[in-house]
Design a protein around this ligand. Structure first.
Ligand SMILES: [Zn+2]
Length: 78
């Protein structure tokens, strides 16, 4: 049984949405198979999947859809 590298909790296989951020660039990759920690919810990807996810970050593929994401500023809110 695999253990979480962060907290030692049990991990289980799940389909997750990978989120990537680099400065002002964001992207989501849906339906990625990952191990997710049942204790701390940390997502862990196999080296092969992690490599493939980097290809998405390099704009190698055409997105299937584009979504609008609202952005808030907490300091303006206060
Ligand atoms: Zn954990």
């Amino acid at each position: 049984m695999k253990k979480c590298v962060f907290c030692g909790g049990n991990v289980e296989k799940a389909m997750v949405t990978f989120t990537y951020k680099d400065d002002d660039k964001y992207l989501f990759v849906e339906h990625v198979s990952a191990d997710i920690c049942t204790r701390c919810s940390e997502k862990m990807y196999s080296p092969k999947v992690a490599d493939e996810l980097l290809e998405f970050a390099k704009n190698k593929f055409k997105p299937v859809k584009t979504i609008k994401v609202p952005v808030f500023d907490f300091t303006v809110h206060q």
